[in-house]
Design a protein around this ligand. Structure first.
Ligand code: HDD
Length: 711
């Protein structure tokens, strides 16, 4: 099969997936309603008659001492005392979902013999966990940060994990630096401040003294650091891995995921407000999209470099602070990742899922990328602390193929292995190693020579070329956002050494950038560039490049602002059209309850009142017709604020009939002349679309036209 998967085919694949990992998980799923006749029991299964009164000595008048002898009370409290496990030292806050992975064609067989990447008849179940890095488990979703993008492929040859991010490069080149980086970015040790932010002295001190982080800092401070949704981010394996084909030929490889919906970000003001208004914004967004059937989807692509060609580039292809520019190494789109099922319970699935970069399958391997080498050690080790040595037996982590080896015992062992053999070699040939020819994992023979020393290659020493390339490639509004973001962060640093040092670092990237930031934050304003700008740019680095060619409203949240006296027929037909496009609509009114239609006692239920949910939680808003409704909105300060704020965040605003008059007279958007000309798209670039009387046959008002950033 070649080409993208059709929706009919998708349903078949979904069904297949449910027969593999989902079926495997069924063995452990408890439906309390199905066994509720049994009633409440202790952990050892004995029926419990009372869970509210501790056994105690008392009479009618006095409450006496509680008795230690109450085994039921003790169990309940003891069990509760141990509910928490260590949170992840990084990426503690996350959200996960199930789905599947499918290859379009077998073109990757040139590079690899791994069936997960070549066998078009296969549908591989996956579990994906998205995360932020800095904050703890209870921190907010919309903070400025890198986002984790970790994928577990449950293949027939064993689990394969891509433990990636939404940014293609990393802060450091060498794994041994990771504890310093993480200590520096996490809340400071003396007072555990700040939460969910890199805007503090220690982070900027560290990156100011680690010029290799300059490229990554540019990415995190760009709009990539505040995605609109997990579903609208790219995913990158970041490190350099390798692929091996059936003839034993090796290629270096980088893995990419490209979101079907394009790459979109919040605006900073929006992200800040959302962190308070709805700290679970991204988590809920993922759940809502899957539950409404707008399944998040990514193309899967690879970049490959044949072994032997690695010296042809002016950067080291094993350096995780560098991208492989697509002009030099094009992307090859070979498959698709789809998320189509939410988790049943957060803790056993999203919290207990555990990834390891060292988990690869035959046909996929590593490289000498020093960051990857260290990661291959770290992940397995951290899972032992977090989950115990038998963590791979947990339902969410266990493979869908058989597991057989002589690893035994340890805390919380689940599997019971029959027989007397727990070692190799053994007289019965049980658990024999599989020869490479029969599918055993091959570590390719490689000549390695050199001097043992603590050092990195020469090309690893250059740190600013690609930071410049990234900055030069941004659209003007993206550059403005980046400058504002660094200025915000450095303004939160109160040690002058820190912000002065970083303004000097910026001058190695771009003179104007350095001047503007230094001016904003009281840094050292340079009088000449520290390094000339090579002037090169590449179009694939701006996130504007990933705007989908066809505008879509699928999975977008659209608010309809109503007050009593609106046009009910119009609103109902509007909602029906939006639903056809897979958008969700939400009526926001002066109260939660029925908002009465024009000339009628009937109306439409408002899900929220203006105070309860803010415009930040929606992608677009529409103000329908109705004279009384428009007048009521006009005298409601919160309603006016709703629209003004949405405009400030570049949301699409649609208005119909008297709704247009409300926008013109009450809201008075600065600098915008409202048009009722339906054919005119002139205003869409300001995030505003207005139309005359709504015509159910035409959907042009519905298109999401106001992309972020055109302020
Ligand atoms: Fe890491 C978690 C991604 C470098 C050590 N990392 C973790 C997660 C992601 C990444 C997405 C969360 C996985 C999940 O959802 O459970 N990490 C990266 C990327 C890196 C990177 C893309 C650079 C290319 N990490 C990195 C280094 C080290 C670690 C250099 C250590 C030497 N990372 C860890 C860890 C974590 C982790 C401490 C914490 C929780 C976990 O592993 O399971 O072992």
């Amino acid at each position: 099969m070649s080409g993208p998967i059709t929706s009919a085919a998708q349903q078949v694949f979904t069904a297949v997936v449910q027969d593999e990992k989902t079926a495997d998980l069924q063995k452990d799923i408890l439906d309390p309603k199905a066994i509720s006749a049994k009633g409440l029991t202790t952990d050892h299964g004995v029926s419990v008659s009372n869970t509210d009164h501790w056994l105690k000595v008392h009479d009618a008048a006095h409450t006496g001492p509680s008795l230690l002898t109450d085994q039921i009370g003790r169990e309940k409290i003891h069990r509760f005392d141990h509910e928490r496990i260590p949170e992840r030292v990084v990426h503690a806050r996350g959200a996960g979902a199930h789905g599947y992975f499918k290859i379009f064609n077998d073109s990757a067989s040139k590079y690899t013999h791994a069936p997960v990447l070549t066998d078009t008849s296969r549908t591989t179940p996956v579990f994906v966990r998205f995360s932020t890095v800095q904050g703890s488990r209870g921190s907010a979703d919309t903070v400025r940060d890198v986002r984790g993008f970790a994928v577990k492929f449950y293949t027939q040859e064993g689990n394969w994990d891509i433990v990636g991010n939404d940014i293609p490069v990393f802060f450091i080149q060498e794994a041994m630096k990771f504890p310093d980086l993480v200590h520096a970015v996490k809340p400071e040790p003396q007072n555990e401040v700040p939460q969910g932010q890199s805007a503090h002295n220690n982070f900027w001190d560290y990156v100011g003294l680690q010029p290799e982080s300059a490229h990554m800092v540019m990415w995190v401070m760009s709009d990539r650091g505040i995605p609109r949704s997990y579903r609208m981010m790219q995913g990158f394996g970041v490190n350099t891995y390798s692929l091996m084909n059936a003839k034993g030929k090796r290629h270096f490889v980088k893995f990419h995921f490209l979101p079907e919906l394009g790459v979109h970000s919040l605006m900073w003001d929006e992200a800040l407000k959302l962190a308070g208004q709805d700290p679970d914004f991204h988590r809920k967004d993922l759940e809502e999209a899957i539950q409404t059937g707008a399944y998040p989807k990514w193309k899967f692509a690879i970049q490959t470099i044949a072994e032997g060609r690695e010296e042809e580039f002016d950067f080291d292809i094993l350096d995780a602070t560098k991208i492989w520019p697509e002009e030099l190494v094009p992307l090859q789109e070979i498959g698709e990742l789809v998320l189509n099922r939410t988790v049943d319970e957060y803790f056993p699935e999203t919290e207990q899922v555990a990834f390891c970069t060292s988990h690869v399958v035959p046909g996929i391997g590593f490289s000498d990328d020093p960051l990857l080498q260290g990661r291959n050690f770290s992940y397995f080790d951290t899972q032992i602390t977090r989950l115990g040595v038998n963590w791979e037996e947990l339902p969410i982590n266990r493979p869908v193929c058989p597991v057989l080896n002589h690893q035994r015992d340890g805390a919380m062992r689940h599997r019971i292995t029959k027989g007397n053999i727990n070692y190799w070699p053994n007289r019965e040939g049980v658990g024999r190693p599989v020869p490479v020819a029969e599918g055993g994992y091959l570590d390719p023979a490689q000549t390695v020579a050199g001097i043992k020393q603590r050092a990195r290659g020469t090309k690893f020493q250059e740190h600013f070329n690609q930071a410049q390339l990234f900055y030069n490639s941004l659209a003007p509004h993206e550059k403005a956002h980046l400058i504002a973001a660094i200025s915000f962060e450095l303004s939160h640093c109160d040690d002058s050494i820190v912000y002065e040092t970083y303004s000097r670092v910026l001058n190695n990237i771009d003179f104007e950038l350095a001047k503007q930031v230094a001016t904003n934050v009281g840094g050292v304003i340079p009088d000449k560039p520290a390094r000339s700008n090579h002037g090169q740019s590449t179009r694939t680095l701006s996130q504007m490049y990933y705007t989908p060619k066809e505008a879509t409203i699928a999975s977008r949240r659209i608010a309809i602002l109503l007050a009593d006296g609106f046009d009910k027929v119009e609103v109902e037909s509007l909602r029906a059209v939006l639903k056809t496009g897979q958008a969700t609509t939400w009526v926001i009114g002066p109260r939660r309850g029925t908002i009465r239609a024009n000339g009628s006692r009937e109306g439409i239920w408002a899900e929220h009142h203006f105070e309860g949910q803010r415009s930040t939680m929606y992608d677009a808003l529409i103000v329908p017709s109705g004279a009384a409704h428009a007048q009521a909105l006009a005298v409601n300060g919160r309603a006016v604020h709703w629209v003004r704020e949405a405009f400030g965040h570049c949301k699409v605003i649609g208005a119909i009939g008297e709704g247009v008059a409300f926008l013109r007279e009450a809201v008075q958007l600065p600098g915008v002349q409202l048009s009722t000309d339906k054919s005119s798209n002139a205003l869409t670039s300001y995030g505003v679309v207005t139309v005359g009387r709504y015509n159910a046959g035409s959907a042009d008002v519905l298109k999401i036209g106001g992309e972020k950033g055109f302020v």
